[in-house]
Design a protein around this ligand. Structure first.
Ligand code: TXA
Ligand code: MG
Length: 319
């Protein structure tokens, strides 16, 4: 647990327009007062993120969503009852409280009530909305430990609340409720099946909504190149790459029978554990200076859905 004086310090800093890195159950967030334009501009500067890319507003309580959205569709209340606090972000028609510097000038706002106890304490004491993107440099993998935040953002953050590794390790599911038909903009720990069970209708995943930079190609990517292979292809592909002089890392649940020069980063067989370990593994591989990562994606069940989504993005062409 975190020292209560640190919670108070975080809240003071937020009130003064500071930047505080906060643990959530998904990934660490880089938080600022969502109603303080200068503070929010500091978020974009610290991350190196274009300011047209909208931020998620984090709230202590589902009831607060009503003041950030100009209308709360029934679907939003149903999903809030089922999944908040938790790893679900809802995109809703914005109210006047959600300024252009939060929404990137769009007519919608993304809101989430996170479950992490430290984040909740800060949110409750602060009272208002905390704008928080993932606490990483723009375009890199999210931070799942305080060390990751320090490595990426260093002195540009006023305080990092360190509560150890994030329990989920992958960003929240984003569901768009601003148009007539709900859709998933980003897969996460809340599955399509769970959303569909609660809403009683299909919730397709939308592929082309470029509005969310998380949907841009080669987002969520380590510095090393990423290539996806099946377990059966792994050995042959690793051999070919090593022959061409590349430094190859292998990320797989069962990296058996590899050429000796390939560095194996063995992943847990359980998809939930795989998700928790993924970004830390990518960061370790980058620290060690590998050229290319061969990844065997986990099965599609549970968090496997979100993991495969991030891996496909990481493997897509870089600009
Ligand atoms: O798990 C999470 O969601 C973490 C933790 C800190 O809450 N946050 C996070 O924030 O991943 P960020 O900014 O790294 O990713 C949020 C995504 C971005 O792709 C952004 O474009 C999208 O949400 N987004 C935010 N507002 C939106 C809006 N109004 N319409 C569509 N997409 C939006
Ligand atoms: Mg992010």
């Amino acid at each position: 647990m975190i020292d209560p004086t640190l919670i108070a310090k975080a809240v003071d800093l937020l009130r003064l327009g500071g930047l505080v890195a906060l643990p959530t159950e998904t990934v660490y967030g880089l938080g600022a007062d969502a109603e303080n334009e200068l503070a929010v501009r500091r978020i974009f500067a610290a991350k190196g993120r274009p300011s047209s890319h909208p931020l998620i507003v984090h709230l202590a309580d589902a009831r607060l969503a009503a003041s950030w959205a100009r209308e709360l569709p029934r679907s939003a209340s149903q999903l809030a009852d089922a999944f908040w606090p938790g790893p679900l972000t809802m995109v809703l028609p914005r109210s006047g409280r959600a300024s252009d510097w939060i929404t990137g000038g769009q007519d919608t706002v993304a809101v989430r009530v996170p479950a992490h106890p430290v984040m909740r304490e800060v949110l409750t004491a602060f009272g208002g909305g905390i704008a928080a993107p993932s606490a990483n440099r723009f375009g890199r993998v999210s931070a799942t430990t305080a060390e990751h935040v320090r490595a990426d953002l260093g002195d540009s953050v006023d305080l990092i609340l360190d509560d150890g590794p994030c329990s989920i390790g992958i960003e929240s599911t984003i569901v768009d409720l601003a148009s007539d038909a709900p859709s998933v903009l980003r897969p996460g720990a809340i599955s399509r099946a769970e959303l569909e069970r609660v809403l009683g209708r299909e919730v397709p995943q939308r592929e082309s909504g470029i509005r969310a930079p998380g949907l841009m190609q080669s987002h969520y990517a380590p510095i090393a190149g990423v290539e996806l292979v099946t377990a059966g292809e792994l050995r042959t592909r690793a051999e070919a790459l090593l022959l061409s002089g590349r430094r190859v890392a292998v990320v797989a649940a069962n990296p058996l029978d590899l050429p000796r020069e390939a560095a194996a980063f063995s992943m847990p067989a359980d998809v939930t554990d795989f998700a928790r370990a993924l970004y830390a593994t990518f960061r370790e591989i980058d620290r060690k200076g590998f050229d290319l990562i061969l990844v065997v994606p986990p099965p599609d069940s549970g968090l496997g859905w979100a993991i495969r989504d991030r891996l496909i993005r990481a493997a897509s062409p870089r600009r």
